[in-house]
Design a protein around this ligand. Sequence first.
Ligand code: SF4
Length: 398
Amino acid sequence: MPPEKIDPPVPAVPAFHIMTKPIGSICNLDCKYCYYLEKEQLYPTRENFRMADQVLEESVRQTIQSQAAPEISFAWQGGEPTLLGVDFFRKAVELQRRYADGKKVSNALQTNGLLLDDEWGAFLSENQFLVGLSIDGPRELHDRYRVDKGGQPTFDRVLRGLEFLKKHQTEFNTLTVVNRANSQHPLAVYRFLKEIGSGYLQFIPLVERKADRAAKGLGLDFAEPPLAGHWSPSAPVTAWSVESRQYGEFLVQIFDDWVRHDVGRYFVQIFDVKEQFCSNISVAKQDFCSNIMDAKQDFCSNICGAKQDFCSNIWSAMQDFCSNILGARQDFCSNILDAKQEFCSNILGAKQDFCSNILGAKQDFCSNILDAKQDFCSNILGAKQDFCSTILGVKQDF
Ligand code: SF4
């Protein structure tokens, strides 16, 4: 059944590092100190440890989409990842391009080098893989523990694989397991690694604990590493584990040689980490000073700004005040003027009304007098006519 598609967490986190082991603990070597080979026993029913195509696709898609960073790094490890064949990684690169969505994708591959050939060299170079080659030093030190399934030495085959990387100008570095044997010969190991062309050297201390009861119960030869910060019953380390003091001596001797001759030419991871740490401290210090300086500038700038704002506000208030006074004065004069005009207009209106009323009354009075006179005259005339008519009537009767 195909695996269910699981959406990435939303929102994506800024960045994280993930190590992919696409063939689990399966390897073509049988290094005596390898703690990982026996982990195959934890999956007793499983026969095929090869990562399925659908799992590969989901892994690539989610690794890219879960990170908000502009560059996504893939780290391929084993077991031995080259056992998957070049086509598996062609598919991985094709999927990275499909899901990149504008992000830059980089790849690192850790290998024991035995299967490297022209095809691998060309592919790794074309696709700009950074290859980590596992090698423990000169022949006798490398072959002490790093042997194949038949117990045969692997030194020559590792160097043969390295030649293909060089031939195709593939970028590579070396990973050296510092164990009980090679830790006695720090300068021989260091100079050998430089001779074979490694420009970036990683030294990993080998510290393995013999199986405790829990590990034996699972059929394992090695105990789990103790959990950080938790108490763990003591367990003796294996005979090939590097002793603590010797590991320190190993690093000190290489450091003394490196610091006199090789700074800037060869990079030793553990020394560069220290340099990076010091550099980070220095940067943090600069950032701190810069922040203090910025804060001071901001403070002064704010004070200056506040002062300017204050003066500007006072000035505006003053202008507003003067403007208001002026406006009020203008309003006052204008109101006085308006009131005067209204007053005069009212007086004029009243005078006109008065005159008009007087005139009307005079006209009414004259008209009434005239009417009364007319009525009087008319009545006199009427009475005179009535009198004459009456006299005439009496005269006629008489
Ligand atoms: S090459 Fe690595 S994985 Fe393979 S046996 Fe050696 S240590 Fe183990």
